[in-house]
Design a protein around this ligand. Structure first.
Ligand code: UDP
Length: 328
């Protein structure tokens, strides 16, 4: 029997990779996307249903047509810097869309929900090893809106039996090793793609946001996780719910912290080219260190990330940047 999974934001970076992983695992991913930041040509692994999450009637229509067994919710605004400048956009879009989706799921009798959350829900907790038990104190509207959705899922779990797996991502990086899909944002704000564009001469230089942090080399430290590994965890999360297990939260990171300068030097080695750099100001809303200390996804779900080496992540991203579909 065909098992559809509704994938909101399936035309975006993580969502498109999730569709590929779902298809490989035998599901049919139905991409629900308004294409505001997603890409039509990233929808390769199942049908595309154009629609907005604000549009409850359209959402109900798509759900009634495919009768998905579960929902994976990726669609969201996700830029820390923009969320600091325009918090109302983040609160209104992320929270209202999630509420609509959760209500639609409940009304349709769907009880399995996989949610894309973020380590930005932790805020800036210098020196604290972050895991699922760490209290959340977001310092930007992006993280705040994601934490609110986590709370919402807990409330609807208690009231309506909606079971959820919440994944708190650390820094997602890389691209499909077969370069069928990859990362493509307009405007791009993320470190690795901006750096690769600077190396390729598509941008003048990479600006390092702050070199005076209290870290070994003065730049911020992040935990980079390969997008293909990340989406594998989502398929395991879905199976966890299919087996009848209760709601859970998992951090997804590798546990290895790399500074901005580490990423620059790795990119130099992978591409064998110089990276043009400008030393810039700190970016508002940036935490100094975000590194996962969690092994729960491995222990409970049996998650086994394969592409944990930073050079592998950058190499896969670089190959995607050479693909004909990548248009910086
Ligand atoms: N960063 C940077 N220059 C850029 C973009 C990002 O120095 O042009 C830094 C940013 O300050 C952070 C790290 O790179 O310390 C990762 O940022 P990114 O936007 O990729 O992900 P985030 O951690 O915000 O989710």
């Amino acid at each position: 029997m065909v098992q559809h999974v509704l994938v909101t934001g399936g035309a975006g970076y993580v969502g498109s990779h999730a569709c590929k992983a779902l298809k490989r695992a035998g599901y049919v991913p139905v991409c629900y996307d308004n294409l505001s930041t997603g890409w039509r040509n990233a929808v390769k692994f199942g049908p595309l249903e154009e629609g907005d999450l604000h549009d409850r009637a359209r959402l109900d229509e798509v759900i009634a047509h495919y009768k998905p067994i579960a929902i994976m919710h990726f669609a969201a605004l996700s830029l820390v810097g923009e969320s600091m400048k325009n918090p109302s956009k983040y609160w209104a879009t992320n929270v209202n869309c999630a509420l609509n989706l959760i209500e639609a799921a409940i009304d349709a009798g769907i009880d399995k929900f996989v949610f894309s959350s973020t380590c930005a829900t932790y805020g800036d907790q210098d020196g604290v090893v972050l895991d699922e038990t760490t209290p959340q104190f977001p310092i930007n509207a992006y993280g705040g809106s994601k934490r609110a959705i986590e709370d919402m899922l807990r409330d609807f779990g208690a009231s309506h039996g909606l079971r959820s797996v919440i994944f708190r991502y650390f820094n997602v990086a890389g691209a499909d090793p077969e370069a069928e899909v990859g990362e493509q944002h307009v405007p791009e704000t993320h470190l690795i793609p901006l750096m690769l564009d600077a190396i390729a001469g598509k941008r003048a230089a990479l600006t390092v946001f702050g070199s005076d942090y209290d870290t070994a080399d003065g730049t911020c430290i992040r935990d980079y996780v390969h997008v293909s590994d990340l989406v594998d965890a989502h398929v395991l999360g879905l199976k966890w719910l299919e087996e009848g297990n209760p709601s859970e939260v998992f951090c997804l990171g590798t546990g290895n912290g790399f500074s901005v300068r580490d990423v620059i030097s790795q990119s130099r080695s992978v591409t064998n080219q110089e990276v043009p750099i400008i030393e810039g100001e700190r970016r508002p809303g940036d935490a100094v260190v975000l590194v996962s200390g969690s092994v729960k996804a491995k222990d409970v779900l049996g998650w086994q990330p394969q592409r944990t080496d930073l050079g592998t992540m950058i190499g896969d991203a670089w190959r995607w940047h050479q693909a004909p579909e990548y248009e910086a």
